[in-house]
Design a protein around this ligand. Structure first.
Ligand SMILES: [Zn+2]
Length: 194
């Protein structure tokens, strides 16, 4: 059996080896400091608009940090279509997002709060017309809750940091998870890896 100390060393090693698109599980790391230093070589990207100027940083894994704003504040910060999707549980038309066909490598962030949500490594062509992934970046990236609106029982996916509505998750996805995270492209901000 591994000792506690040895387990920590193994976690630190795996983080040190992880890359931008890694699907390792940073949620296992309690020390945010070590996570940040392990990703120090990756430059964060800053972009204007969409909730003010946000810094999109793949090392930003402060999973417990919450972003809370009033509905009025979000309405002022976000373009109308993004507000409708993310803050009012809207759904964009199928095939409307340029992210649906995107095959570039990189990270998909929450458009409202820059929380890292998905990597291109888990994106797949679902045929549905919405960007689809079989796994979030980390288990704590998103929150799932029951949605019984529109006469259906579905599992709604939210950003775990700011509560933005992102889409729904279904159990007809590909291996290895068998899950299909069906996302609204308007809720995502993509940054290509260099
Ligand atoms: Zn968010």
């Amino acid at each position: 059996m591994f000792t506690h100390t040895f387990s920590i060393a193994m976690v630190a090693l795996s983080i040190g080896l992880s890359s931008l698109n890694s699907c390792s599980q940073p949620s296992q790391v309690s020390a945010g400091e070590s996570t940040a230093s392990a990703h120090a070589a990756i430059s964060p990207t800053t972009a204007p608009g969409q909730g003010g100027t946000l810094t999109f940083d793949p090392a930003d894994t402060a999973w417990t940090a919450k972003v809370e704003k009033s509905e009025d504040d979000w309405r002022k910060l976000l373009p109308a279509d993004v507000f409708e999707i993310t803050r009012q549980e809207g759904t964009e038309p199928a095939y409307s997002s340029p992210l649906y066909e995107l095959k570039d490598k990189g990270m998909f962030y929450c458009v409202c709060c820059a929380n890292p949500l998905f990597t291109s490594k888990t994106k797949f062509h679902s045929g549905t017309g919405w960007p689809s992934f079989w796994q979030p970046y980390a288990s704590k990236s998103v929150a799932v809750k029951l949605d019984q609106s529109h006469g259906m029982v579905r599992e709604e996916v939210e950003c775990a940091r700011c509560g933005a509505h992102l889409g729904h998750v279904f159990d007809d996805g590909p291996e290895p998870t068998g899950l299909r995270y069906c996302m609204d492209g308007l809720a995502l901000h993509f940054v290509a890896s260099k």
